[in-house]
Design a protein. Structure first.
Length: 177
C-alpha cells in the first residue's frame, strides 16, 4: 500500500471512489460500475456534459478530418470530448478537442493511468494533460493493457457520456461494443 501511494504521489495520480459525490453519476448506472476511477490531470472536465467520439483505428482521410472538426466544435460548444486514446479515430477526437481554446478532453485507458498505450500516443496524452484534460481508468496504476480490458474501457467511455458518436466503425469493431 505504501509503495502504491508513493507511486500515485510521484505521478500525480488521483482517485475518486464510487461513494464520493465527485464520482460521475452516469457511471453509477451501468452494470457492474467500477469501485473507483484513477486519474491524472483535471477530473473536473467530467463535470461538464460529455460526448464520446469513437471509431475505427484505420479511418479514412475524410473520417479523420470530420472527427477533428466535430471534436473541435463540441468543445467550442462547452462539451468535454471523451474517447479511448487508441490509434485512429480516438486520437483524432482528442486532437480535435485540443484545437479549441476551450477544448477539454478525457481519455479512458484500458490499463492503469501510468501506462499509455499505444506508445505512439504518449505525446498526445501529455498534450491532454497540459491542456487541462484528464486521463482516467478504472484500473489501478501498474495494471498492464490487455485485450480483454478494452471492452471494459469502452463501457466506461459511453457511461461517462450523454451521447456517443461512432465514426467509420466496420462491423465487428470494438467501437460498437
Amino acid at each position: 500500500l505504501e509503495r502504491d501511494m508513493r507511486l500515485m504521489e510521484a505521478l500525480h495520480i488521483g482517485v475518486v471512489f464510487y461513494d464520493e459525490t465527485r464520482f460521475p453519476p452516469l457511471v453509477t448506472e451501468i452494470y457492474d460500475p467500477p469501485y473507483a476511477l484513477f486519474f491524472r490531470g483535471s477530473f473536473d472536465v467530467l463535470a461538464a456534459p460529455c460526448i464520446a467520439v469513437v471509431g475505427t483505428r484505420r479511418p479514412t482521410g475524410r473520417g479523420m478530418a470530420c472527427t477533428r472538426e466535430l471534436a473541435r466544435e463540441l468543445t467550442e460548444a462547452g462539451f468535454t470530448v471523451v474517447s479511448g486514446l487508441a490509434l485512429g479515430t480516438d486520437a483524432c477526437a482528442h486532437a480535435g478537442a485540443l484545437l479549441s481554446e476551450r477544448g477539454k478532453t478525457a481519455a479512458v485507458l484500458g490499463s492503469g493511468v501510468d501506462t499509455v498505450t499505444p506508445a505512439a500516443n504518449k505525446k498526445l496524452a501529455a498534450c491532454i494533460l497540459e491542456a487541462g484534460g484528464c486521463i482516467l481508468a478504472e484500473y489501478a496504476p501498474e495494471t498492464p493493457a490487455e485485450k480483454w480490458r478494452f471492452p471494459q474501457r469502452n463501457r466506461l467511455v459511453s457511461a461517462l457520456s450523454f451521447a456517443t458518436v461512432v465514426v467509420e466503425a466496420p462491423a465487428g469493431s470494438g467501437a460498437l461494443i
